[in-house]
Design a protein around this ligand. Structure first.
Ligand code: PSV
Ligand code: MN
Ligand code: MN
Length: 429
C-alpha cells in the first residue's frame, strides 16, 4: 500500500510529541481512574470508531453565488480518493468514502475498488443524484424525480437508483442513501398527498431491488431547493416512508436538514425507539443547511446526539448499526483540513459520550434529580479527551497533531503542480 504522506514525516513528528502526549495521557488517565474509568478501555473504544467522508467534500464546495477553487483541489474521483487517503492516513478514523453518482462515475468499478483498497480505503453508502439534470438525460427533474407527475422522470429516477445499487455492489457498499430535492415553491403547486403517493410507489421499486444485506437510507430535508414544501421534509415523513417500505428502509439524519432549534438528539432517540435509525450526515449549521464543519457552531448538540447514541447502543432495539458520514461544504478552507478537524470533533463527542456515568445519570433521572442528571452529562462534556484520541491515532499509525503534519507535508502545494485547475463558477449547495 502506498499512502500519500511520508511515513517518516509522521514518525518524526510523533517522536517529537511523544513525551508530551504520554504526560497528558497519564494525567487524564489518573483523573478518569478516580471516577472508576479505565482510560485504555475508552481508547480502545475510540480506536474502533470510524466515520465516512463524502467524495464530494474533497473538492471546494460553493454556493449558488460563487465557488472559489483552490490550486491542487481534486478534479475526479481518483484524485478525491487520494485526498481521502490523506485524511485517513493522518486521522485513522475515516477509512471509508461515500461516493455520489453520477458525479463519481467511472467505467470500471472493480478497478476503482482496488484503487481505493491500495490507498487503505473502502466504500461506504452510495448516494444517488436525482436533484440535477445530467447532459443528454431523457426526462427533466425540474418538476421532481421519484415524486414527479411525469412517469418517465419517475422511471428514470428509479432506474438511476437501481444502477447505484449495482455500482455499490461492485464497490462493496451495503447502503443506498436516497435524498430527493422534490417539493414545491408555491402553495397549490402540487397535491401533498398525491406527490407522497408517487414517491412511495417509486421508492418501493428501488426497495425491491435491494440485496438482502443492504439498507435504503432515506434522508429528509425541510427545504432547499424547494422552498415551500418538500416531499420528505422531516423525520416524521421519513419514518412513515421507511415503515411503509419495510425493514431494510431506515432514516438518515443530516444535522443541517431540520427546522431551526429542533431537538435533533430527541429525534435520534425516537428513530432508534422504532428501529429506524439508519445513519447520519454530520455537519454543523447556524441558519439552515449551512454544511459548516462538524462541531464548529454547536459542539454541545453533537455531544448530546452521541449521548443518545450511547444510550441506544446500550439498549439496542431491532439492532443498532447507524452509519456515520460527514456531509459538509468546504467553501473557505482546504477540504482536507476541514475534514481532519471535523473527524476529530466527531470522534471527540463519541469519546465524551462514552465517559458519561450512565448509572449516575439514570439514578438521577429516576429520582427526579434534575441538576445531578444534567451534571452527569456536563462532567463528561467538559473533559478534554484529545489525549485519548491522539494516543489511539498514534498507535494506529496516524499523526499526533494531524493538521501540523498535513501542513508540513506540503501535500496541497505538490498537488497544485500536478493537477489541472478547477474552473470558476457556482458550486453545489
Ligand atoms: C442535500 O442537501 C445533501 O445533504 C444530500 O445528502 C446530498 O446528497 C448532499 O447534500 C450533496 O448535495
Ligand atoms: Mn446530506
Ligand atoms: Mn444537505
Amino acid at each position: 500500500m502506498t499512502l500519500p504522506i511520508s511515513a517518516d514525516l509522521i514518525a518524526e513528528h510523533n517522536a517529537a510529541q511523544a513525551a508530551a502526549l504520554e504526560d497528558d495521557y497519564g494525567a487524564l488517565g489518573r483523573k478518569l481512574a478516580r471516577a472508576g474509568i479505565d482510560i485504555n478501555a475508552v481508547k480502545d473504544r475510540v480506536a474502533a470508531f470510524s466515520v465516512a467522508v463524502p467524495s464530494w467534500g474533497a473538492g471546494r464546495g460553493g454556493t449558488r453565488f460563487a465557488k472559489f477553487p483552490i490550486p491542487g483541489e481534486p478534479t475526479n474521483i481518483h484524485e478525491k480518493l487520494e485526498d481521502c487517503a490523506v485524511i485517513n492516513q493522518l486521522s485513522r478514523v475515516t477509512p471509508r468514502v461515500s461516493p455520489h453518482f453520477p458525479w463519481d462515475k467511472v467505467s470500471d468499478y472493480a478497478a476503482l475498488r482496488e484503487e481505493a483498497a491500495g490507498l487503505g480505503l473502502g466504500f461506504d453508502a452510495v448516494n444517488s443524484n436525482t436533484f440535477q439534470d445530467q447532459p443528454g438525460q431523457a426526462h427533466t427533474y425540474a418538476n421532481g424525480s421519484l415524486s414527479a407527475q411525469d412517469p418517465g422522470a419517475r422511471r428514470q429516477a428509479v432506474e438511476h437508483n437501481i444502477e447505484c445499487i449495482e455500482i455499490g455492489r461492485k464497490l462493496g457498499s451495503t447502503d443506498l442513501t436516497v435524498w430527493v430535492g422534490d417539493g414545491t415553491n408555491f402553495p397549490g403547486q402540487q397535491d401533498f398527498a398525491r406527490s407522497l403517493d408517487r414517491y412511495l410507489e417509486a421508492a418501493s421499486e428501488i426497495y425491491a431491488a435491494l440485496p438482502d444485506d443492504w439498507r435504503m437510507l432515506l434522508e429528509h430535508k425541510m427545504f432547499e431547493p424547494a422552498f415551500y414544501s418538500t416531499v420528505i421534509s422531516d423525520w416524521g415523513s421519513s419514518i412513515l416512508a421507511a415503515q411503509e417500505l419495510g425493514p431494510k428502509a431506515k432514516c438518515l439524519v443530516d444535522l443541517g436538514h431540520h427546522a431551526p432549534n429542533v431537538n435533533i438528539e430527541q429525534i435520534v432517540a425516537r428513530l432508534h425507539r422504532f428501529g429506524k435509525l439508519g445513519g447520519f450526515h454530520f455537519n454543523d449549521s447556524k441558519y439552515g443547511d449551512d454544511d459548516l464543519d462538524s462541531g464548529s457552531i454547536n459542539p454541545h448538540q453533537l455531544f448530546l446526539v452521541f449521548n443518545e447514541l450511547a444510550e441506544a447502543e446500550a439498549n439496542p432495539r431491532d439492532g443498532f448499526r447507524p452509519s456515520y458520514m460527514i456531509d459538509q461544504s468546504h467553501n473557505v478552507t482546504d477540504p482536507i483540513e476541514s475534514m481532519l478537524s471535523s473527524a476529530e470533533a466527531i470522534a471527540q463527542c463519541y469519546a465524551k459520550a462514552s465517559l458519561v456515568d450512565r448509572g449516575a445519570l439514570h439514578a438521577a433521572q429516576e429520582a427526579n434529580d434534575t441538576m445531578m442528571a444534567f451534571q452527569a452529562l456536563r462532567r463528561a462534556y467538559t473533559i478534554d479527551v484529545s489525549p485519548i484520541l491522539a494516543k489511539a491515532r498514534v498507535e494506529a499509525g496516524g499523526a499526533c497533531d494531524v493538521l501540523a503534519v498535513y501542513r508540513q507535508s506540503r501535500y496541497r502545494d505538490r498537488k497544485a503542480q500536478e493537477r489541472r485547475a478547477v474552473g470558476l463558477g457556482a458550486g453545489i449547495v
